[in-house]
Design a protein around this ligand. Structure first.
Ligand code: FAD
Length: 870
């Protein structure tokens, strides 16, 4: 890719931009342009012009204008970024999206919103809170940052420990690509059968395209919160207390830490009564029903008492809680009073390594004579050392700060973490990328960049180092192909060699796990069986992750984890199903509403690309925004982009309680109405289903199932609330049972309707329809939909309807697509390949998918029949 260099535009060229967009939307005056030279870092660059976009079309026109002139384009939100992402280092055009700030739609019933990228994070949260909903990603800068910037950086915040980061809440994006084309990725439904480019765009720092609209999912606002501050005699002890809380199986909403230096700085500024004589303090928040808060807090305090004798401060009022958070969120502002500038570092380590890493960070800074204070998201292992810069012209000081920055990054990487948890790479850390990624891993990311932006015009110079290392591991010439097919390699080197040999010899290869979800794939290919790539390789209870071979059956993993009171919240209908197969098919049970889908649970993966390159994607830490989010790209790609050989998942404590309400339903419309009312209650719910003909349920035509799980008090309170809602709606007294769970009902339904592996054909069609969750009722009662025609299981919270039909359900497909969703065929009678292909979903990103597939598998020989492929 050519290096795009700064280009000065002549008057006529600038005038053509003004003519295109209007003088009120274009800034060319050099004095006014100074405002746009920096973000919140020390990096600077002068744009040739700034476009103040109001609509997607403005962005398209401006991008086309720049592309015709081969000019760099830099997207800019509020310019609060901490890695230089919004700086026009190589000149060109800045497209500022702050005026695109509307909430286009707020779907209370379906718990989602469609927003423009210039909307401020806090404005969205305030608006949705008014209707009882919650947008969890909460960067400390949320008051002034745009959602476009949050998406660009995949921002996180204090509540991400429990609730996840921005990417976990984005279901759809509208994006302007480098050539001015507008594509839609995902949408308002979940799990579209397309490559997960949403994941690539989120956190891509404007290097792949400019986001002009986003669909976000929302949660119920927690019914109650309680906040506590605890002080400690040593930072290490505070870190140990964090690990102990997690090891106890507790999941507080936040686990934030400040060291003494930081507390003193904030206290001097705000006078809020921070424990400044202690070495460290934790702000811990628990949320849930009022009935559970006291117990949760007591349990947290019981753990803390083993690590500190100091008194603990529980916020007695909402004002006091706000004050504690105000103190935490003012950390950066308080630092700014002490010196003309400061540098915020950002890295993550597995959280059990916090104490030693912090000690090493402080030592390194002291050795370099630097003043440092620390504030960080302890639950996520996300460090933020802040180093004061007393004199911006002191080159020797700046050099020492640079050395400290590098040292901290090395410490994080050496501990198995990441060079950035939430601030991105931008300009600031591009030279550190080789610390985390080898040449093959960097090359794979650059290839994605080229697929999206062949001329390298989108935010050039960001993320990737100036010099990409070329010391790529030597790849031997393809050896002899395996003599047997199916071939079951026992390690990833064997798998890589087999793929290279088969594909290199012009043969087509099908990757197969247990074969439960690939029954529509035809035979006649070489088969690479993943089941010998198995075994649970690491269960890390301190850092809450598990790593296992992709061929490991889910049941085997869960059995191992259960011995430790843990699980990965996944359910499969088939005991033999492998982790790799479940991930490649993105097969999500209803419990995804409580815990997130597969894409949210996978932290890292090892992947063999079709040319045999072995790459490590992601890290086993909950926050990591270094480079593109590759693990998610392979989720739902049905093996068409590469072979998943190993996966690392987030661990969660097994729920202490689980129970379900089961309601017999005579009339589908009433069932849907009750379901819609119940969706508003869901806080610790793990399933909300309406079924027809599901095994093991009451003999009524339909059944509504509401499952809640977690802390016993929360489960009891939620089911009581759900019961009140049902009674008020005329549903009578529902039965409550611990025996049934919604996800198990779903799994049993699948076992009953799907042919078993190797068992051949089915006489009927089995499909998943995905629509925006608020539209399930419209789908199931629509004029040309026959809900009485077969057996089905509707996951109301996820907007998924699983259906068995005897005839080609083409009308259902049209209905789902008409609602902005899709239909995805899982099993069918013996159909010709052409008919099967006709069922494939055609996303707006299809051309991009094809380009990526062609880049990595030019002859299309890997999983050629994959139902999701380029
Ligand atoms: C005091 C302070 C506290 C902070 N606290 C946090 C924190 O707790 N957590 C956290 O994660 N971050 C934090 N940050 C960093 C920063 O606020 C976030 O990265 C934020 O998301 C940036 O938003 P912005 O609107 O300012 O984006 P900008 O800085 O304008 O842009 C950031 C990046 O996103 C790209 N971008 C912007 N808009 C778009 C778009 N529409 N499409 C594609 N790309 C786009 C830009 O090109 C750039 O690469 C903090 C910063 C400050 C100054």
């Amino acid at each position: 890719m050519d290096r795009i260099l700064s280009k000065t535009l002549n008057k006529a060229e600038l005038q053509s931009l003004v003519d295109l967009l209007g003088a009120e939307q274009v800034i060319v005056n050099p004095v006014e342009l100074i405002t746009y030279e920096r973000d919140a870092t020390l990096h600077a660059g002068q744009p040739a012009a700034v476009v103040l976009a109001r609509h997607s079309q403005d962005v398209q026109r401006a991008v086309r204008w720049a592309s015709e002139r081969r000019l760099p384009v830099v997207a800019r939100g509020a310019g609060t970024g901490l890695s230089g992402g919004a700086v026009a280092e190589r000149g060109g055009l800045i497209i500022e999206i702050q005026r695109m700030d509307r909430i286009v739609e707020l779907d209370r019933a379906g718990r989602s919103a469609v927003v423009e990228p210039g909307l401020l994070n806090l404005k969205l949260d305030e608006a949705v809170k008014k209707v009882g909903l919650y947008f969890p990603p909460d960067p400390a800068s949320g008051r002034s940052t745009t959602l476009g910037g949050n998406i660009g950086e995949n921002s996180g915040g204090p509540h991400c420990f429990k609730y996840g980061v921005t990417t976990n809440y984005i279901t759809g994006l509208e994006v302007v690509l480098a050539d001015g084309q507008l594509v839609r990725l995902g949408g308002r439904a979940l799990d579209y059968p397309e490559y997960d480019f949403l994941a690539l765009l989120t956190g891509s720092e404007g290097t792949l395209g400019i986001v002009t609209q986003a669909s976000v999912r929302l949660l119920r606002n927690p019914p109650g919160v309680r906040t506590l501050m605890a002080a400690f005699d040593a930072v290490e002890t505070a870190g140990e207390a964090v690990s102990a809380i997690i090891a106890r199986g507790l999941v507080p909403a936040t686990l934030e830490m400040m060291d003494q230096s930081m507390m003193r700085i904030i206290e001097d500024y705000l006078h809020v009564g921070l424990p400044v004589d202690a070495q460290a303090a934790l702000i811990i928040e628990v949320d849930g029903y009022p009935e559970s808060l006291g117990g949760q807090m007591e349990e947290v305090m019981e753990v803390l008492r083993q690590y500190t004798q100091r008194p603990m401060r529980i916020a007695a009022t909402a004002e006091e809680r706000d004050q504690l958070w105000y103190a935490r969120k003012s950390a950066f502002g308080a630092m700014a009073r002490l010196a003309p500038a400061y540098l915020v570092l950002d890295g993550t380590v597995p959280r059990s390594k916090l104490g030693p890493t912090l000690g090493a960070v402080n030592q390194a800074c002291a050795a370099l004579g630097l003043r440092v204070a620390n504030v960080f998201h302890a639950g996520d292992g996300n460090l933020h050392p802040l180093i004061l810069i007393d004199d911006l012209n002191d080159q020797a000081l700046l050099e020492r700060i640079h050395q400290a920055g590098r040292k901290v990054m090395e410490l994080c990487v050496n501990q198995g973490g990441s060079i950035t948890g939430e601030h991105g790479i931008g300009i600031e850390k591009r030279e550190y990328m080789p610390l985390m990624f080898n040449a093959d891993e960097l090359a794979a990311q650059l290839e994605i960049k080229e697929v999206f932006d062949p001329d390298g015009l989108m935010n050039p110079g960001k993320i990737f180092p100036e010099q990409v290392p070329t010391d790529r591991p030597a790849h031997a010439a393809p050896g002899a192909p395996p003599t047997a097919s199916p071939y079951a390699p026992t390690n990833e080197a064997e798998a890589a060699a087999a793929l290279r040999a088969w594909l290199g010899a012009g043969q087509t290869v099908r990757i197969r796990g247990a074969g439960t979800k690939s029954q529509l794939l035809t035979d006649g290919h070489q088969v690479l069986d993943t089941r010998a790539l198995s075994g649970v390789r690491r269960v890390d209870l301190d850092d809450l992750y598990v790593t296992a071979g992709a061929g490991t059956p889910l049941v085997e993993l869960q059995a191992e984890l259960a011995r430790h009171g843990m699980w990965v919240p996944l359910v499969s209908p088939w005991p033999v199903a492998t982790l790799g197969g479940i991930a490649a098919a993105n097969f999500n049970a209803p419990l995804r509403m409580r815990y997130g889908g597969l894409r949210d649970l996978i932290l890292a993966a090892r992947v063999v690309l079709p040319d045999g390159r072995l790459i490590r994607a992601g890290r086993p830490v909950v926050k990591n925004v270094a480079g593109y989010d590759l693990p998610k790209l392979f989720v739902g790609a049905y093996g068409s982009l590469g072979l998943l050989s190993e996966l690392s998942f987030k661990l969660m404590p097994l729920p202490r309680a689980r129970a379900s309400l089961v309601v017999p339903v005579e009339d589908v419309r009433r069932g849907l109405d009750w379901g819609a009312r119940l969706l508003q209650v869901c806080f610790c719910a793990s399933a909300l289903l309406l079924c027809r003909g599901c095994p093991g349920l009451p003999a009524a035509p339909y059944a509504l199932i509401y499952t809640a799980e977690g802390i016993p008090e929360d489960v009891a309170a939620e089911l009581a609330q759900a019961r009140r809602v049902l009674e008020a709606a005329g549903a009578g007294q529902p039965a409550e049972t611990p025996e049934i769970s919604g996800s198990q009902v779903w799994a049993d339904w699948f076992s009953a309707v799907m042919p078993h592996p190797g068992n051949g054909q089915t006489a009927s069609y089995v499909l998943r329809l995905g629509v925006p969750p608020g539209q399930v009722a419209t789908l199931l009662t629509g004029a040309d939909v026959a809900p009485d025609g077969g057996t089905w299981c509707a996951d109301l919270a996820s907007g998924h309807v699983y259906l068995q039909a005897d005839r080609d359900p083409a009308s259902l497909r049209r209905a789902a697509e008409g609602l902005g969703g899709y239909a995805f065929l899982l099993a069918a009678p013996d159909l010709p390949a052409e008919a099967l292909r006709a069922w494939r979903y055609a996303p707006s990103s299809q051309a991009l998918m094809r380009r990526l597939k062609a880049r990595w598998d030019p002859a299309g020989r890997l999983n050629p029949d994959a139902p999701v492929s380029g």
